[in-house]
Design a protein around this ligand. Structure first.
Ligand code: GLV
Length: 329
């Protein structure tokens, strides 16, 4: 590949992705943990052929207007709601993502959220540190069982399936709802396909694994929360927009449901005055489902492979608008 390609990396990037990009192209790199400021990014993409970016940067029409040479945005995430894919496709810009490599880490975090909220782990930590523990008591921090509970998985893709596999270890009964039935999953997990109202009313844990799209926006709102059992928990490690966050805060405050474990919010970061921050019965994480050392490395590698493949006229391993790839070849 010609090193005359210019690649912009607007936020810290793990290896090997960073080294791979640097070996193949001229790189403008923002090494901070926070993203390159917008004005600077708009200037940096002026002669960029490729961008290797985390979801913290937004790629909309305004940015694309500043990037006339751009051929690829390699997002370092499986989600790509930070990218205007329609606008990219119109301009022949490939949009790539990193499916698969973060499945295990995200499924692990989902189980961690479920356990944390039903066994009141964070509350217990706060209580112990605050010096509130004077004697053993049978009423202290009593929660609910995960083992043998009913799990409702909404979205049976890669991550939903891995959550289901882990849930089998807890002898959970598994219900799922998906755009289409998955007979393979039904056989493997013994999972039962149900409609959304049934899933909501029968599950002890409802976990979301759908992408952010106009169709999934506020998939869980006041009416859906109303259908859940008062002893049930909601877990969201997918995207914040899938849940009506105000309705969720109200349901949690009024104990309409028992609790929630959330890794994602709308907007992100969560607003300083968001009522969720005042509630004890939810565990909140700052969008870190894929944040393990190994997963970050694998994501960087796959994103760099996507980027370099497009720049060298090859088919990238994971492209969300493959229709642009054959144009002009
Ligand atoms: C993280 O949120 C991702 O979409 O990979």
């Amino acid at each position: 590949m010609t090193p005359t390609f210019h690649v912009v990396i607007p936020q810290f990037l793990h290896d090997p992705g960073l080294t791979m990009a640097r070996e193949a192209a001229r790189v403008t790199y923002w090494p901070e943990d926070s993203p390159m400021p917008r004005e600077r990014l708009l200037a940096a993409v002026n002669d960029a052929d490729g961008i290797l970016s985390h979801p913290a940067s937004r790629f909309d029409r305004e940015l694309l207007n500043h990037a006339p040479r751009l051929k690829v945005i390699a997002n370092i995430a499986v989600g790509y709601d930070n990218v205007d894919v329609v606008a990219c496709t119109e301009r022949g810009i490939a949009v790539c993502n990193t499916p698969g490599v973060l499945t295990d880490a995200t499924a692990d975090e989902t189980l961690a959220l479920m356990l944390a909220v039903c066994r009141r782990i964070v509350e217990g930590d706060r209580f112990t540190r605050a010096g509130g523990w004077r004697y053993w008591t049978p009423l202290l921090l009593v929660g609910q069982d995960l083992t043998e509970a009913t799990l409702g998985i909404i979205g049976m893709g890669r991550i939903g399936l891995e959550v289901g596999r882990r849930a089998r270890g807890f002898r959970m009964r598994i219900l799922y709802h998906n755009r289409h039935r998955r007979p393979d999953v039904e056989t493997e997990l013994g999972a039962t396909y149900v409609d959304l109202p049934t899933l909501l009313s029968e599950s002890d844990f409802v976990t979301l694994h759908v992408p952010a799209t106009p169709e999934t926006r506020h998939l869980i709102g006041a009416a859906e929360l109303e259908r859940m059992k008062p002893t049930a928990y909601l877990v969201n490690a997918a995207r914040g927009s899938v849940v009506d966050q105000r309705a969720l805060a109200t349901a949690l405050r009024d104990r309409r449901i028992a609790g929630a474990g959330l890794d994602v919010f709308d907007p992100e970061p969560i607003a300083a005055d968001d009522p969720l921050l005042q509630l004890e019965n939810c565990v909140l994480m700052p969008h870190v489902g894929a944040a393990t050392q190994r997963t970050r490395q694998r994501m960087s590698e796959l994103a760099a492979r996507n980027l370099l493949a497009v720049l060298s006229g090859q088919t990238p391993p994971a492209c969300v608008n493959p229709e642009v790839l054959n144009r002009g070849r």
